[in-house]
Design a protein around this ligand. Structure first.
Ligand SMILES: [Zn+2]
Ligand SMILES: [Zn+2]
Length: 349
């Protein structure tokens, strides 16, 4: 079968790869119909993920049809149309039984197509993929949702739902979302459902701000305006009740912190890998700031709820899609995405 594999930093290729087979009684084999390129795939593309060896199939978002299941799989059956979770938790440890899948201690951060330090699993940008722990990592869906509406529930759409949930928004709150990439745009859509008084979207890329505005948020171009001053102006000098950092960069964290009112809530969804960060501990204590770190998204806990809002027409995941390409055109898709000529590329194996 064909699969998109990592070659070297900045290079992927579509090659003949070996077909996946059932290796464990909880596995399922899925024939992939849609596999988008995720923002985090760019870290893999640039060789920034240690343990990703040449020839590994990448990709961790998928919709497909189940072809075969292991003997211990009871919920999912051949012929089911399914979404796959990027995160592959064990489902049995203390954390998993509490649905805190992000804290699973049996291989924390086991994910599709992320190399040997993340479970050594082959990815989804291929004709077929092996899904371990299929009853937990696959969700059967009906035909009322298109691949495009459903696929992001395995990753970034559910992250948006989770971010809004974690923020604990009360009706009337001023909510600022920093970063309007796909996760930020989905966070805005779910945050809106909690009826904030003001929903403010901060970014410096014009197209992203236009999409944020379409969702119903007030766009603020942080390339042109000081976001902290802006937020103060919009809240009688107080600052935001809630700031959600969807970027994962020190500057975004600092901005999010500084635009909060005393007693405000900082929610950190963007991915941080820094070991240390200078932080005004005393000031944050005096200001009574609450901080919530999301960790990776516990996808199977929230994906059905995230999709309910899509079915109800209140959230539209398809707004971020700019390109649909065949799997063979995958390398071109990476190039377009990497050079920001594409906001979201869907691959069709
Ligand atoms: Zn992803
Ligand atoms: Zn677990």
């Amino acid at each position: 079968m064909r699969g998109l594999v990592f070659k070297e930093s900045g290079k992927v290729a579509v090659e003949d790869v070996s077909e996946p087979t059932i290796e464990d009684e909880k596995d399922a084999i899925v024939r992939v119909t849609t596999a988008p390129i995720c923002g985090s795939d760019l870290h893999l593309y640039h060789g920034r993920v240690p343990g990703l060896t040449e020839g590994t199939v990448i990709g961790h978002e998928l919709v497909g049809i189940v072809e075969e299941v292991g003997t211990a799989v009871t919920k999912i059956k051949p012929g089911d149309r399914v979404i796959g979770s990027f995160l592959v938790p064990c489902g049995e440890c203390w954390w998993c039984t509490r649905q805190e899948y992000q804290n699973c201690d049996n291989g924390n951060f086991r994910a599709l197509g992320y190399g040997i330090f993340s479970g050594d699993l082959q990815g989804a940008q291929a004709e077929k993929v092996r899904m371990p722990n299929a009853d937990l990592t696959l969700l059967a869906i009906e035909d009322d949702l298109s691949d495009e509406q459903a696929v992001f529930a395995g990753d970034i759409l559910t992250t948006g739902y989770y971010a809004a949930e974690l923020a604990n928004i009360s009706k009337g709150d001023t909510v600022a979302v920093i970063g309007c990439g796909p996760v930020g745009l989905f966070t805005l859509q779910y945050a809106k459902l909690h009826e904030p008084g003001q929903l403010i979207a901060l970014d410096s890329v014009e197209e992203r701000l236009l999409l944020a505005e379409k969702i119903g948020a007030t766009p603020v171009d942080i390339g042109k305006r000081n976001p902290v001053t802006m937020l103060a102006e919009m809240t009688d000098g107080r600052g935001a009740d809630i700031a959600i950092d969807c970027v994962g960069h020190e500057k975004a964290f600092r901005n999010a912190y500084e635009m909060l009112r005393s007693g405000g809530h900082l929610v950190v969804v963007g991915v941080y890998v820094e070991l240390e960060y200078p932080f005004p501990l005393g000031e944050a204590w005096r200001k009574n700031i609450q901080i919530s770190f999301s960790g990776v998204t516990p996808v199977p806990r929230y994906w059905e709820k995230a999709l309910d809002e899509v079915r109800a027409g209140r959230v539209d995941p398809t707004i971020i899609i700019s390109h649909t390409l065949s799997l063979e055109e995958g390398p071109k898709g990476y190039e377009l995405f990497d050079t920001k000529q594409a906001t979201k590329v869907m691959l069709k194996p």
